[in-house]
Write a protein that binds this ligand. Structure first.
Ligand SMILES: [Zn+2]
Length: 145
């Protein structure tokens, strides 16, 4: 297992332990994690704290150059909002844990030149499948349904 995807999974598990939605993300610059986070919509009553957005926020303000040299890891295929942030900051590469439970805007990312790699990791799939089965209303809220 990729150490950075493992870190994203640990974030997802922490979110679940907090009563939230188990999606985690890390942003890696030159082999070092500069931001990590997990979905905190439930915990913070937030409209925008998806895992990827939380990782961006926790990375703080970064020079444009840093974003353009970074890789974003996320346990789940990124939604329209998070894909927008990825495009805005010019992240060139996204590693996705899985896209079986939810397929986000991967086609949009690829059409804009972002390299998207999908691992179909069993741990990521199980985290989401179990969560969706247990808390369907929270999950639907998260994807705007
Ligand atoms: Zn999102």
């Amino acid at each position: 297992m990729d150490a950075f995807m493992q870190a994203a999974i640990e974030e997802a598990q922490q979110g679940l332990a907090e009563g939230g939605i188990p999606i985690g993300s890390v942003i890696v610059h030159k082999g070092r994690i500069i931001g990590r986070g997990h979905n905190r919509r439930v915990q913070q009553g937030s409209a925008i704290r998806h895992g990827e957005m939380d990782a961006f926020e926790n990375a703080g303000r970064q020079p444009a150059r840093v974003y353009r040299e970074s890789v974003l890891y996320t346990t789940l295929s990124p939604c329209a909002m998070c894909s927008g942030a990825i495009l805005l900051y010019g992240i060139p590469k996204v590693i996705v844990g899985e896209n079986r439970t939810f397929l986000g805007e991967e086609a949009l990312l690829r059409s804009r030149g972002v390299a998207v790699e999908v691992l179909q990791d069993e741990t990521c799939i199980r985290l989401m499948q179990d969560f969706i089965a247990n808390r369907p209303e929270l999950w639907n809220e998260d994807i705007g349904e």
